[in-house]
Unconditional design. Sequence first.
Length: 239
Amino acid sequence: MAVLINHLETYAHAMNMRVSALFSGGKDSTYAIYLSQQQGWEVASLLTVVPEREDSYMFHYPNIRWTELQAEAMEIPIKHRTSSGEKEKELEDIQTLMADEDVDGFLSGAIASDYQWTRLNGICHGLGKPLYSPLWRKDQVTLLEDMVHAGFEFMVIGVYAHGFDEEWLGRMITSETIKDLEELREKFRISVSGEGGEIETFVTNGPNFRKRIHIDEAESSWSQHSGTYRIIKASLMDK
């Protein structure tokens, strides 16, 4: 029976785990990969679903195609599958990717989304393999601070809630940015980590990146209370 494992440390010294990571290119899935690597686990592959619609319930949409460059930067093979993005139907697409993997389990960056966790854990149950979620139910501010302190560099590429404005698009997350997010939480009751769909992020560098990603060209688009920061051209640079 597949079960959720919140803490990687429980299994770190018991076995040499080989996992596939569900990867969106955002801060959470990238940080989960890093934590598992720190425990000595092998991340054998990255699995990315590319939704055809912007309002996917499960997967990131802005800049998802650039996960290929991130995978190259981390030197981990990546596999893609296009999805219609329709609710529930998109679960079949990620399950198809996962079913082909010869690994001990799967890795998720889920923090607080019961919708996401329930469905991913259900898929793993069907495959007979565990789902590891090292960020699950952790304090969101602490997680962001840990990511920054670890050396991750990530930017806001989408905002979808009251309280944000166009100035957030393309903004790097720093210690000061985290304080601003906390203030928005007090005023507008947002999820600081964006687990309610308030923000989406893109990682350009981290301690497990062999090269950093440079954004050569990008454009912002804004409508009413939401907007996206689309990467048009990017390249890898030596660190």
